[in-house]
Design a protein around this ligand. Sequence first.
Ligand code: TYD
Length: 208
Amino acid sequence: MFITLEGPEGSGKSMQIRELADFIRQRGFEVFTTREPGGTFIGDQIREVIMRMDNTMMHPNTEILLFCAARAQIVTEVIRPNLDKGVVVISDRYGDSTLAYQGYGHGLDRIVLKEILKFATGGLTPDLTLLLDVDVDEGLNRKIKNGSEWNRLDAQKVEFHKRVRDGYLEMAKAEPDRWRLINASNDPQKVQHDIREVISAKLESVKL
Ligand code: TYD
């Protein structure tokens, strides 16, 4: 089973994923977690190029292709082989991040983006996507408070991040079978509780 976590900045995905992975393991499943961009030797090098604060001259098309290059690598090297072995793969971001950030955020053609995504992933789509939704100002403030890594994409204007969040909400609404909305403004324990409820229901449909 392939599960992805998506959300705007400061939604607390990475912390929640660790606890979620433990929970799924306790239920007897093998779990592999990963994050984008990165997660492979080649992908981590691509991540560095994307995130460097001084790469301000990067064209949006270049950015898309770099995200998708890292994704092509992780899909073939890590995600598909694990799924083939029956492992539950949880990814911190996946193709929907490209649609949210580059599509809704930068305003690039989402039909074209979907074609590029199909090429990069060989058409692999998640079985379940959790949207950890948080208000933009709240999310960005959390990131500043936590002293989290502040990258070139975080530094975009607040308006950009609002478009990203609205984009996520629109995608979740358009494809309700795959997406589940989680209110990530709640305290972390409540967020984890809500995530586990959704996952438990999904796991019940899978035979061990
Ligand atoms: P990261 O430090 O991993 O942040 P987060 O904890 O928010 O996931 O940085 C990833 C950044 O890259 C984040 O700002 C979202 C952005 N991004 C895109 O713009 N497009 C993409 O396709 C992906 C995967 C990420």
